[in-house]
Design a protein around this ligand. Structure first.
Ligand code: ARG
Length: 466
């Protein structure tokens, strides 16, 4: 049998393979709420504009409400032969209310319908992500406040570089995530435009009110160009780019959790809630959640790449290629939600091993820069000479297997006789972090203030995209 919705000029139904490649209902059924909301807005507007009768409009809305509850309570029968969510809903509407159902599609097309549905869906996904990201920022800022004074090694090249505080390290992620939230908000602004009423591609001859439907659906205004409105998917691309950058940020922290929780580093401990055991090696506690956060970035970045390639070279306006926008986006946004929640859970769960962190900060000559700075500040050496003298002191300390703050004064004097007892005031790791009071530096007082600031802003809900 040919398709009831568009089969007027067809004699026969599609081959099984055609039906399989063409149908999107298996995945676009999750747009049901947006699809029904769009239809209700469209229907009310058609009646207000006297394009359809009030009586038909009432029947349509009642029917759509019934369909919504049928889908929600799981009794709705989705059919692949009906291709997609739009036609599944409309066919059921026909079963429920008869020929009046046929009036709903006046002055619209599935092209503006799907563009509307998907914008609404992505908008909700952005709003959910934003909430979840704020929770993650809060978890990080709280842990940062508790650990504003906890000294740890700061790394460059994963080599011990200079001491920082654990809180400072966590706040670095709060900043990154705030920029991520900003990117989502930017995408949301541009996304929030209504395609509804652009019809197939050219607009319509019916006297519709696009401003009215835009308003009811929470859009800022109707799109200005009907061709653009039905053929653009850059709102998905932008959202996926923001998602990809965020996912990559989270992989960096996930990687640090993997490294830090290893027996060799021992910087943090995770409880059983976020670790797994090994079926063969009883001593193990594996950071699987962090590893999966790290890995899921693959899907998210992959979704962005997939959609960029789907869209590349597509002539205006709608092409069926664009149906391939949904699965990657759904998968990426689902993964993202899970990844953010897992990250928040891990941040709340992890405990820094302060003693171990401090020992690690003291090893590796992490205060060598402080020593060089002291030589410049107190002895007036040019920084390059100070660097050289410090290098010789580090070599001597290495030879003696001593930390810098354990070196005897005469050993230091043997390298540069001008060095005095006062140098020991900068060689400890706590002295080092305390001295880093420059704006944005790691001094514990700075970190404490920054963490408190963040918490106040996050609780006031005004942060996000600083
Ligand atoms: N299922 C389609 C999609 O997701 C809806 C639009 C179909 N439009 C059309 N002209 N066949 O893209």
């Amino acid at each position: 049998m040919s398709n009831r919705m568009w089969g007027g000029r067809f004699d026969a139904g599609p081959s099984a393979i055609m039906e399989e490649i063409n149908a999107s209902i298996a995945f676009d059924q999750r747009l049901y709420a947006q699809d029904i909301a769009g239809s209700k807005a469209h229907c009310a507007m058609l009646a207000d504009q006297e394009i359809i009768s009030r009586e038909d409009a009432d029947k349509i809305v009642t029917g759509l409400n019934t369909i919504l509850s049928e889908i929600e309570n799981g009794t709705f029968q989705f059919s692949r032969a009906l291709e997609d969510i739009h036609m599944n809903v409309e066919a059921r509407l026909f079963d429920l209310i008869g020929p009046a159902a046929g009036r709903l599609h006046t002055a619209r097309s599935r092209n503006d319908q799907i563009a509307t549905d998907f914008r609404l869906y992505i908008r909700d996904a952005i709003d959910r992500a934003d909430e979840a990201l704020r929770d993650l920022q809060k978890a990080l800022a709280e842990k940062a406040l508790e650990n504003a004074h906890a000294v740890m090694p700061g790394f460059t090249h994963l080599q011990s570089a200079q001491p920082v505080t654990f809180g400072h390290h966590l706040l670095a992620y709060v900043e990154m995530i705030d920029r991520d939230r900003g990117r989502f908000q930017d995408a949301r602004k541009r996304l929030n435009v209504s395609p509804l009423g652009s019809a197939a591609l050219a607009g319509t001859s019916f006297p519709i009110d696009r401003h009215a439907t835009a308003k009811v659906l929470g859009f800022d205004y109707p799109s200005r160009n009907s061709l653009d409105a039905v053929s653009d998917r850059d709102f998905v691309l932008e959202t996926l780019s923001a998602a990809a950058i965020l996912a990559v940020h989270l992989t960096r922290f996930a990687e640090e959790i993997v490294i830090w929780s290893s027996a060799q580093f021992g910087f943090i401990t995770m409880t059983d809630a976020f670790s797994t055991g090994s079926s063969i090696m009883p001593q193990k506690r594996n950071p699987d959640a962090a590893e999966l956060v790290r890995a899921k970035a693959g899907r998210i970045v992959g979704a962005l790449t997939a959609l960029l390639i789907v869209m590349k070279g597509l002539p205006l306006a709608y092409s069926k290629d664009m149906q391939e926008d949904k699965e990657p986006a759904f998968d990426a946004l689902d993964s993202l939600e899970l990844v953010i929640a897992a990250m928040t859970g891990m941040v709340e769960d992890l405990e820094p091993n302060r003693k171990r962190l401090e020992d690690a900060a003291s090893a590796g000559y992490a205060t060598a820069t402080d020593l060089a700075d002291w030589l410049v500040r107190v002895l007036g050496l040019p920084f390059r000479d100070a660097h050289h003298v410090t290098g010789r002191i580090v070599a001597e300390a290495e030879r003696r297997s001593l930390r810098l703050d354990e070196m005897p004064l005469d050993a230091l004097k043997a390298i540069d006789e001008r060095i005095t007892e006062d140098v020991f005031s900068v060689l400890g790791v706590h002295d080092s972090v305390q001295s880093r009071t420059s704006f944005g530096g790691t001094a514990p007082e700075n970190v404490k203030r920054a963490a408190k600031d963040w918490l106040a802003r996050l609780n006031a809900k005004d942060a996000g995209g600083t």
